[in-house]
Design a protein around this ligand. Structure first.
Ligand code: NAP
Length: 277
C-alpha cells in the first residue's frame, strides 16, 4: 500500500470547501487514521463552516483558498459545481505541476479544470458519496485523469478506508453521479417509505425504521458478499402464492423499477448539464 505520508511529504491535505461532503470525508479519513488531524487543512467562504470543522476534528483552517494551496500538496476541490469557476480563479496563480488536485465536483469535466489552471496541476476527477461518513461510501475515480499512476493510488489510499472505490473512464462519471452520488437520497426515500408501510400496519416508528434500515443494509451486504444475481436473490425469497410475491406485484404496478431507472437517468443528465453551465 502507498504510504500517504510520502505523497503529502511535509505538506498538508487541503479541502477547498468545508461543506457536507468534505466533512464526511474528513471524518472517515481521521477515524481511520489515514492522516493525523493536524495534516488536514480546510478553507471555506463560510467562517462558521471552518470553525465547525476545526472544533469537530481539530484540523487546521486556512484564511483563504490561496493560502491553502500554498500549504497543501494534495487538494480536494469540494465546492458546489457553481462555485468552481471562482475557486479556479483564486488558485490558478499558485497551482502548478507539484500539486495534485482531486475534484469531487459533480459534472465538472477535467478539461474545464485544466483550462482554468494553466500552470498544469495533476488532476484526478472523482465522485464519492455521503455514506463515506460511516466508512460505507461508494466512490469512483476517473482512471484517464491527467495524473500519474501513483496519484490514482494516492486517491485510492485516501478513499479505501471510507468505502468501496471503482476506477472508470471519465466519460462515465456523470452516470456514477446519477447512481451512487445522488443514490443515498433515493435510498433514504425507500427506507422512509418501507418504515411508513410498517407504521401503517401497526409497528412503532422506531421499530419500523430499524427493520427497514437493517433489511436494506443486510440485502446489500448479501449481494456484495455472494455476488449472486439480484434477480436470483429476489426469487430465493419469493415462494409460490406467498407473501413476497403479493408485495412484488404491488411494486411492479407502482413502477418501482422504472422510477429508479428514470431517477438515475435524470440525475445523470443534470450532472452533464451542470458541467456545461
Ligand atoms: N453532498 C453529496 O451527497 C455529494 C456527493 C458527491 C459529490 N458531491 C459534490 O461535492 C461538492 C460539495 O458538495 P457539498 O454537498 O459538500 O456542498 P456544500 O455542503 O454546499 O459545501 C460546499 C462548501 O463550499 C463553500 N464555498 C462556496 N464557494 C466557495 C469558495 N469560492 N471557496 C471556498 N469555499 C466555498 C460553501 O459555502 P456557502 O455554503 O457559504 O456557499 C460550502 O460551505 C459538490 O461539487 C458536489 O457536487 C456531493
Amino acid at each position: 500500500m502507498l504510504d500517504i505520508n510520502n505523497a503529502l511529504e511535509d505538506k498538508l491535505l487541503g479541502f477547498i470547501g468545508a461543506g457536507n461532503m468534505a466533512e464526511a470525508m474528513i471524518r472517515g479519513i481521521i477515524r481511520n487514521q489515514v492522516v493525523q488531524p493536524d495534516q488536514i487543512i480546510a478553507s471555506d467562504i463560510s467562517v462558521e463552516r471552518k470553525e465547525h470543522l476545526s472544533s469537530a476534528f481539530d484540523i487546521r483552517i486556512a484564511t483563504d483558498n490561496h493560502s491553502l494551496i500554498d500549504q497543501s500538496s494534495v487538494i480536494f476541490l469540494a465546492v458546489k459545481p457553481q462555485a468552481v469557476p471562482a475557486v479556479l480563479k483564486d488558485i490558478s496563480a499558485n497551482t502548478g505541476a507539484e500539486k495534485l488536485l482531486i475534484s469531487i465536483a459533480a459534472g465538472v469535466p477535467v478539461k474545464t479544470l485544466a483550462a482554468g489552471l494553466p500552470k498544469g496541476p495533476r488532476i484526478v476527477r472523482t465522485m464519492p458519496n455521503t455514506p463515506a461518513t460511516v466508512m460505507e461510501g461508494a466512490m469512483a475515480i476517473a482512471s484517464d485523469s491527467p495524473a500519474r499512476p501513483e496519484d490514482l493510488e494516492t486517491v485510492e489510499t485516501l478513499f479505501r478506508p471510507i468505502g468501496r472505490t471503482v476506477r472508470i473512464e471519465e466519460k462515465l462519471i456523470d452516470a456514477v453521479t446519477g447512481l451512487s452520488g445522488s443514490g443515498p437520497a433515493y435510498v433514504f426515500m425507500i427506507l422512509e417509505a418501507l418504515a411508513d408501510g410498517g407504521v401503517k400496519m401497526g409497528l412503532p416508528r422506531d421499530v419500523a425504521e430499524t427493520l427497514a434500515a437493517q433489511t436494506l443494509m443486510g440485502s446489500a451486504k448479501l449481494f456484495l458478499e455472494t455476488r449472486t444475481n439480484p434477480g436470483q436473490l429476489k426469487c430465493m425469497v419469493t415462494s409460490p402464492g406467498g407473501t413476497t410475491i403479493s408485495g412484488i406485484h404491488e411494486l411492479e404496478k407502482g413502477g418501482l423499477r422504472a422510477s429508479l431507472m428514470n431517477a438515475v437517468e435524470a440525475a445523470t443528465i443534470r450532472s452533464i448539464e451542470l458541467g456545461k453551465a
